[in-house]
Design a protein around this ligand. Structure first.
Ligand code: IPM
Ligand code: MG
Length: 361
């Protein structure tokens, strides 16, 4: 019997619509092979939503997401909306989506593909074999902590402030996710904090240590975030699974992504306790190349594969898509961001066509 899934599409801004089109084509093609039927519903988010409704995350969009089996999200933001007040900015819509769906666990794999080693800015021997999973806490920490704001002090000086806060229960649930992921990988987990300075990090470390007692087969280590940033660039192969808070995870996951040559290759999953997961490329909306058919759709396509694996329980279909990505790279096809000598430069659409050909071969 055909298995049906309802998928919400959030194309968003910039290159978003171009890359999500490729992912939809890939899903439709894989659906035929595995007897899966995807019912796609498109909803507004980010700058596109601001232009149409004045709100970066209209209530209707959140509703549509909640009713679906999973959400594919491309990218948001662009110059046009950069100077709007914070509550009207595209980024606020994204934070609202994470909070609204309770997506506390953000999984950002940084795996170097052998075909792209030369696209990395680091030496081959440093990055060859890198395979890291960054588990970033996504609905807490300084991103959401209160009080926050900009206020005038008694002397008339203005003060900006945010609060980095974690409750035990928030640390526990992300630590649990991270330990379980580490168990499915190489049983090594590195928790990153700033416990030498921040109380919130001391609590984080204490709770992660406590959780470790339940996962005796996982080797746990701790690093301060500054050292972790350095180690990621110095010797990235020492890492397997990393767990960290929202802000540190934001920064470290970009650094980890770059080890692999291009942020244009990396997918991510944001998961909660109950609501549908959201799958999105780690890269942003790239307004500088939007509409020029130059974007790399592979991170978006790999995000669709992650969706099949984590939310829809279709690991074989996921593997097939991942294999197709490898095939097109093996065939020498590249978008601009991962281009190297002797390879064939393709646009976003053409890359999509090569993927379909690889899937159907
Ligand atoms: C990310 C982005 C977002 C974040 C922005 C766009 C709000 O950088 O997903 O990493 O800071 O979380
Ligand atoms: Mg970021």
């Amino acid at each position: 019997m055909t298995q049906q899934y309802s998928i919400t599409l959030l194309p968003g801004d910039g290159i978003g619509p171009e890359i999500i089109t490729v992912a939809v084509d890939v899903l439709n093609s894989i659906g035929k092979k595995f007897d899966l039927e995807f019912k796609f519903t498109e909803a507004l988010m980010g700058g596109a939503a601001i232009d149409a409704t004045g709100d970066p995350l209209p209530a209707e969009t959140l509703d549509i997401c909640k009713k679906s089996d999973a959400v594919l999200f491309a990218a948001i933001g662009g110059y046009k909306w950069d100077n709007l007040p914070r509550e009207k900015r595209p980024e606020t819509g994204l934070l609202g989506l994470r909070a609204g769906l309770g997506l506390f666990a953000n999984l950002r794999p940084a795996t170097i593909l052998p075909q792209l080693i030369d696209a990395s800015s680091l030496k081959r021997e440093v990055v060859e074999g890198v395979d890291i999973m960054v588990v970033r806490e996504l609905t807490g920490g300084i991103y959401f902590g209160k009080p926050k704001g900009i206020a005038e002090t008694e002397t008339g000086d203005r003060r900006g402030f945010n609060t980095m806060v974690y409750d035990e229960s928030e640390v526990d649930r992300i630590a649990k996710v991270a330990f379980e992921i580490a168990q499915k990988r190489n049983n090594r987990l590195c928790s990153v904090d700033k416990a030498n300075v921040l109380d919130v990090s001391q609590l984080w470390r204490d709770r992660v240590n406590l959780m470790a007692e339940k996962y005796s087969n996982v080797e746990l280590s701790h690093l301060y975030v500054d050292n972790a940033a350095m180690q990621l660039i110095r010797a990235p192969k020492q890492f397997d699974t990393i767990v960290t808070g929202n802000l540190f995870g934001d920064i470290l996951s970009d650094a980890a992504a770059m080890l692999t040559g291009s942020i244009g290759m990396l997918p991510s999953a944001s998961l909660g306790a109950v609501a549908p997961g959201v799958y999105e490329p780690v890269h942003g909306s790239a307004p500088d190349i939007a509409g020029e058919d130059k974007a790399n759709p592979l991170a978006m396509v790999l995000s669709a594969a992650m969706m099949l694996r984590y939310s829809l329980d279709q690991p074989e279909a996921a593997s097939k898509i991942e294999a197709a990505v490898q095939t097109v790279l093996d065939q020498g096809f590249r978008t601009g961001d991962i281009m190297s000598e002797g390879m064939e430069l393709l646009g976003c659409k053409a890359m999509g066509e090569k993927l379909l050909a690889a899937l159907e071969a």
